[in-house]
Design a protein around this ligand. Structure first.
Ligand code: RNT
Ligand code: ZN
Length: 420
């Protein structure tokens, strides 16, 4: 039996096994096919971007590692993303940061950016069948400092307000062009290394800045606000904490972005889904893998990721949750980092879609808690991987570990020839 035949045979057996616990595998596959992952452009170049403003310094974010071959310009980044797309099934999205604009060698500061710098991206994305998402970029700039939108200095604050407004206008144009809302994320690093005696003051300023930024109503873009626990060199206080943005999001009906690396390590992100669904319009996810802190390791198929996927599927909220990735591991092959993370996310959702939920809920309704626990345990071992292999085969995508050699080949022919 060749590989293709054995994948097909295993799939047929898996289908019967799942049917026995009341799960329709074909339905799960159809739903998985429609799940788009918003692929973050910044893993390709360690969050460097293409500004021509000289070495900015500025801080706020940090990638660690120096694996050779990072993308040095737009063409290389596009080639890398195109390669990634050949190794993952389904239709996805590309999540751009403002600093990845097509600035054509010009020094365009962050308060000067406009849609013209993203026309090239919009056209390229259309050719590739990708929808675009967007992000303001307030880190890595001389005006980044410790405080941006919450800065008491009016000039600095207004610089970042102007930047953020322009990013919303660009997102609106992207959404219009692709006939699908562009999801724009706003994350700022604002905080304090040491004790501050002005916690309220900075949060008040941030609230006012956000109100100003969001004053214009748009139809083709959606705003997300992303909280964080702390940043390196800003350990004592984060202006945009989860309480802050959850409150703001619930009050002003904005989407809260849950980055799985931005919470206390013992906190369940999965448990937040059902509450956010009740009080905020939609949810944006940055699926990552915190190690000790928000260290942005590649997303893998672990309990945290599958629990998150299960909560979304159990809440029947796939149409209200935007699934994005956010990590930037500069210590391994970057194409590989993308492919492992995207495939892991899809696997987590496949497992969630294959859960024998009707039976589990029946047990729960009847108070049959031993039965519920037993089926949850047994479900972990059901042959989901046979369904996954078939999903890849059906989509003409490398089955199992076959993508390793394809990435090695691309490294040999393309990325290893880039001298940074
Ligand atoms: C940083 C946030 C933010 C960034 C990207 C690059 O802690 O997670 O989402 O990673 O905007
Ligand atoms: Zn994030």
């Amino acid at each position: 039996m060749n590989k293709k035949e054995s994948v097909q045979k295993s799939y047929e057996i898996a289908k019967e096994r799942y049917a026995a616990v009341g799960v329709d595998v074909e339905n799960a596959l159809n739903r998985l096919q429609k799940i788009a992952v918003s692929i973050h452009c910044w893993q390709a170049d360690d969050v460097t971007g293409f500004e021509n403003l000289g070495n900015l310094g500025g801080g706020g974010i940090q990638a660690t590692g120096n694996y050779p071959g990072k993308a040095r310009n737009i063409n290389e980044l596009r080639a890398d993303i195109a390669k990634v797309l050949t190794l993952v099934a389904g239709s996805h999205r590309l999540n751009l940061h403002e600093i990845y604009g097509d600035f054509g060698g010009q020094a365009i500061d962050r308060n000067q950016v406009d849609t013209s710098h993203f026309i090239g991206w919009m056209q390229w994305a259309k050719e590739k069948g990708l929808k675009l998402d967007f992000n303001t970029t307030s880190f890595g700039h001389p005006k980044s400092g410790d405080l941006t939108l919450s800065n008491p200095d009016k000039a600095i604050r207004e610089f970042w307000i102007e930047h953020s407004k322009r990013c919303r206008a660009i997102s609106e144009e992207m959404g219009k062009f692709q006939n699908d809302p562009c999801i724009m994320n706003l994350w700022i690093h604002d905080g304090s290394k040491d004790i501050t005696v002005n916690r309220l003051k900075y949060r008040q300023i941030l609230e006012q800045s956000l109100d100003e930024i969001f004053a214009t109503e748009y139809k083709n873009m959606k705003d997300c606000i992303e909280a964080k626990l702390f940043g390196i060199a800003l350990e004592s206080y984060t202006v945009g904490s989860y309480d802050f943005y959850l409150g703001y999001g619930a009050k002003k009906q904005k989407i809260v972005t849950l980055d799985t690396g931005h919470f206390h390590l013992s906190e369940s992100i999965a448990d937040k889904i059902s509450s956010l669904l009740l009080f905020t319009p939609e949810i944006m996810l940055h699926v990552s893998r915190p190690i000790r802190w928000d260290s942005d390791h590649v997303t893998i198929l672990n309990d945290e990721t599958t629990d998150l996927a299960k909560e979304i599927v159990r809440a029947d909220a796939l149409d209200r949750v935007h699934i994005g990735l956010d990590y930037f591991d500069a210590s391994i092959n970057r194409i590989g980092a993308y492919v492992v993370g995207i495939r892991a996310t899809q696997k987590a959702f496949l497992q969630a879609l294959l859960e024998p939920i009707a039976q589990l809920r029946e047990y729960e309704a009847n108070g049959q808690y031993f039965e519920r626990l037993a089926l949850l345990e047994e479900a972990k071992g059901l042959p989901w991987n046979a369904v996954w292999d078939y999903f890849c085969l059906k989509n003409n995508i490398a089955v199992g570990e076959d993508y390793i050699t394809e990435i090695q080949q691309y490294e040999k022919e393309v990325t290893s020839k880039r001298n940074s």
